[in-house]
Design a protein around this ligand. Structure first.
Ligand code: ADP
Ligand code: MG
Ligand code: ZN
Length: 474
């Protein structure tokens, strides 16, 4: 039998706000446990919530970025459950009137365009984090009440690879829009993966399994691969699939059953009596719409056409929004943006990765890379010397021209200076000289290499080549 997989994703993303959703506590990662807390986010009796305007704005903005409608009425509901990390015994969320609905995400996939419809992106709040020590457990409530967006897709995803690409696209859209940093290490993106399989061609969906709380995209892909083949095996062996929640065990590479699925009524949802519904005005929505930015796919196409960048290069610049912004900032400074792009993509990026320094902390000015490119283009320095200068300017922040001067790295283009190097190379290498005279052109490259070496990379290779030929033929 032939099967097909059906996947729907529910992705929780921490919004980038200064304060929490319902109180003035800092939305800050890495503080001492239980220092960003107050009666509201600790759920103390009598404390009243005040909605965070920044979070409402960023939610609507996300809606626009995901091509959603932003309805003129949204409300808050309590999802009731007990858990030690949930001090209020309910989580505020949006059940039937979410802040944004009916969108879609488009991304490059399998040589074409992948399209996943978004059912909704609704606001909810995060809970605390439990820690288990050898003989006791603790809860840190710094994260309780931090605004989360839950982005729910329709079951439009047909493979683990497509899920993976959708998540990457979503992440870069949210980063671009400035609505979330999507820092996986800090747990800012968590994903529930819903999976079913069915016989190819069937119109009805199979029983779905939900794998909860995945915190890496590659984990999602692996878990989906495993789960799809598990479900196919169950069907093949005559078993029956049940709707259930499973857990991904990353070390073992398997999912195992946690519980059969809870229903909505188990949570006794009801509208929050302390909060007014949100009714965004036309003016408010128009102002938010102003903040919509160019999306990664559009940016990539623009980079390819405006700067003649190859697709792979444009992809690198788009994948890291800060690197792309940096490139846009500095490319205006030079004559050859394509060469500037090469430096940003190859050299700068490698250095940033190697040193862990962020672009904001770069010591050299925004004119430095274009200046370096200019020096190479004008033949003042060789490209290998340029590497050396780059390493120096990365460390010290000095301008390339200053480094050239200080270290005496200017390219030697004067034939008078280079002639001695050439004559030495010819004298020391009678074999290759003989080869060259017999018509073996490649022997010239060898001699050229010797001169470059002797000049410690400073000789202008073009001039050296011409000189060697002149001397050898003379
Ligand atoms: P629940 O009420 O169980 O949370 P929803 O209908 O709200 O279920 O869907 C949750 C997620 O599961 C959505 O992303 C949706 O696209 C996906 N989904 C729903 N049914 C299936 C199915 N049979 N197979 C795979 N994914 C599904
Ligand atoms: Mg669910
Ligand atoms: Zn608080």
């Amino acid at each position: 039998m032939e099967y097909e997989a059906v996947i729907g994703l529910e992705t929780h993303v921490q919004l980038k706000t200064h304060t929490k959703m319902w109180c003035g506590c800092a939305n800050e990662y890495g503080s001492e446990p239980n220092t960003n807390v107050c009666p509201v986010c600790l759920g103390l009796p009598g404390a009243l919530p005040v909605p965070n305007a920044e979070a409402l704005r960023k939610t609507a903005l996300t809606g626009f970025l995901l091509n959603c409608d932003v309805p003129s009425y949204a409300k808050w509901d309590r999802k009731n459950y007990f858990y030690p990390d949930n001090p209020k015994n309910y989580q505020l969320t949006q059940l039937d009137f979410p802040s944004t609905v009916s969108g879609c995400v488009e991304f490059e996939f399998g040589g074409g365009v992948g399209k996943v419809r978004v059912n909704r992106a609704h606001l909810e709040e995060d809970v605390g984090k439990s820690f288990h020590f050898s003989d006791f457990s603790g809860v840190d409530f710094n994260r309780a009440g931090v605004p989360l967006l839950e982005i729910v897709t329709e079951p439009d995803i047909s493979s683990p690879d497509m899920a993976y690409e959708y998540l990457n696209a979503l992440k870069s859209i949210l980063e671009y829009g400035g609505v979330s940093d999507c820092d996986m290490e800090k747990g800012q993106v968590r994903c529930d993966v819903n999976i079913s399989v069915r016989q190819k061609g069937d119109t009805e969906l199979g029983e779905k399994v939900e794998i909860k709380n995945m915190n890496s995209f590659s984990g999602v892909r692996r878990a989906a691969r495993y789960e799809i083949s598990r479900q196919m095996e169950v069907i093949e062996s005559g078993g029956e699939l049940v709707q259930e929640t499973r857990r991904w065990d990353d070390d073992a590479g398997i999912t195992d059953g946690m519980r059969t699925k809870e229903d909505a009524h188990d949570y006794r949802y009801f509208p929050d009596p302390d909060l007014m519904p949100h009714r965004p005005s036309e003016e408010w929505l128009a102002a938010v719409r102003e903040e919509v930015v160019e999306l990664p796919l559009a940016r990539k196409r623009r980079f390819m056409t405006s700067f003649q960048l190859p697709e792979s290069g444009a992809e690198v610049l788009v994948a890291d929004a800060r690197l792309g912004d940096y490139f846009e900032e500095v490319s205006g400074e030079g004559k050859n943006p394509k060469l500037v792009a090469n430096w940003v993509i190859n050299n700068l990026r490698a250095k940033l990765v190697e040193t862990g320094i962020s672009i904001a902390d770069l010591k050299f000015s925004s004119t430095a890379i274009p200046e370096l490119v200019g020096l190479v283009e004008e033949g003042q320095i060789s490209s290998s010397i340029a590497q050396e200068i780059f390493a120096d300017m990365f460390e010290t922040g000095k301008d390339p021209k200053v480094i050239v001067e200080e270290k005496g790295l200017s390219q030697m283009s004067d034939s008078g200076d280079l002639e001695a190097f050439c004559r030495d190379a010819i004298e020391a290498n009678p074999g290759p000289v003989d080869d060259f005279r017999k018509g073996k052109e490649t022997a010239l490259n060898f001699l050229k290499g010797q001169v470059m070496k002797a000049s410690r990379g400073k000789a202008n290779p073009q001039v050296v080549g011409d000189l060697l030929v002149k001397i050898l033929n003379g």
